[in-house]
Design a protein around this ligand. Structure first.
Ligand code: 5AD
Ligand code: FES
Length: 327
């Protein structure tokens, strides 16, 4: 599929049914009917950046900040492992408190469990990425957010587009499975740039792609902007499945936030991964990237049971392997 064809699908809703069914077929043929669960731990909401859309941005003073320290973090991992998770995702704001040394220690401890480990902690130096990999990290999530460089600059006053690309290149080079993705519905974002996002995922041969609608947060400069369109995000996700075929694609939490059945719809339109929160509920409200987050008061066990039921209800099953990309 070329840019013109991608753009055509993104611009109309008349072919949605066809598109979602085809993405579902590709998903079935290339990655099968299993769904990989990744246990998400949001271990710090402290962030030095100022992404215009994100509730964790440093300029937001209307938020109670927290950090989970090593012992508690390892307890959380242990609990997730006992619930059956085969991948743990460590996510945080860009928090320099967690030095290379601290993180290497944490990674090594976590890797003593029989699980794959994903990091999602933002932009770091190549040397740090190398140390994390050496310590045992398997995967890294770093969304490009948008490939429209002009829009990227507006949305990220404290970041550089070139450095973001550089980080993704470094992660690939170091042998991580690399996850990226974008936000759908940012102010002034065009259909053409969303098509470019999808082609970018293909170009860098992303191993995982997470796509979600933008949801305005009341304590950010974008509080009065419109929410992203669910169907447009779903179409971008389906097209990504069709183009990249064997990659891992999460049904994102943001999709469920704006559509009560969002993750199931996504799983039937190309997605094969879900990332339930396995952290302590006292932190969930505080990790408010966007408002209306689901499962705010649900513990790890409850989320696990809930998602298991949902997955079974559509004749899919939970994978028992680590869930690396099937090449
Ligand atoms: N709405 C939806 N998604 C958001 N993210 C950050 N802020 C928002 C928002 N307001 C996404 C970004 C980031 C991921 C962790 O959360 O794409 O990469
Ligand atoms: Fe933290 Fe964007 S506000 S990385």
């Amino acid at each position: 599929m070329n840019k013109e064809e991608i753009t055509k699908f993104l611009s109309t809703d008349t072919k949605n049914e066809e598109l979602f069914n085809y993405a579902d077929k590709i998903r079935h043929d290339y990655v099968g009917d299993s769904v990989h669960l990744r246990g998400l731990i949001e271990f710090s909401n402290i962030c030095k950046r100022q992404c215009m859309y994100c509730g964790l941005r440093s300029n937001n003073k209307n938020i109670e900040r927290y950090r989970i320290l090593e012992d508690e973090l390892l307890e959380t991992v242990k609990n997730a492992v006992s619930l059956g998770y085969k991948t743990i995702v460590l996510q945080s704001g860009e928090d320099e408190f967690y030095t290379t040394e601290k993180l290497v220690r944490i990674i090594k401890e976590i890797k003593k469990f029989d699980i794959a480990l994903t990091l999602s902690i933002g932009e770091r130096e190549e040397e740090e990425y190398r140390e994390f990999k050496k310590a045992g990290a398997d995967r890294y999530l770093l969304r490009i957010e948008t490939t429209d460089e002009k829009l990227y600059k507006k949305m990220h006053p404290a970041s550089s587009f070139k450095n973001r690309i550089k980080c993704l290149e470094n992660l690939k080079k170091l042998g991580y499975e690399v996850g990226t993705g974008s936000l759908i519905g940012l102010p002034e974002q065009t259909i053409s740039s969303i098509a470019d996002d999808i082609l970018f995922f293909k170009e860098i041969d992303a191993d995982m792609v997470g796509i979600g609608p933008f949801i305005p947060h009341p304590n950010t400069p974008l509080k009065n902007s419109n929410e992203g369109d669910f169907n447009l995000a779903l179409k971008a996700m389906a097209l990504t499945r069709i183009l990249l075929k064997n990659i891992n694609i999460p049904a994102t939490t943001a999709m469920e936030t704006i559509n009560p059945n969002g993750r199931i719809i996504a799983l039937k339109s190309g997605a094969n991964v879900v990332m339930p929160n396995v952290g302590n509920t006292i932190y969930r409200k505080k990790y408010e990237i966007y408002p209306g987050k689901i499962c705010l008061n649900d513990g790890a066990q409850k989320c696990r049971n809930c998602i298991e039921q949902k997955i079974k209800s559509i004749d899919r099953y939970i994978a028992s392997d680590y869930g690396f990309r099937q090449k």
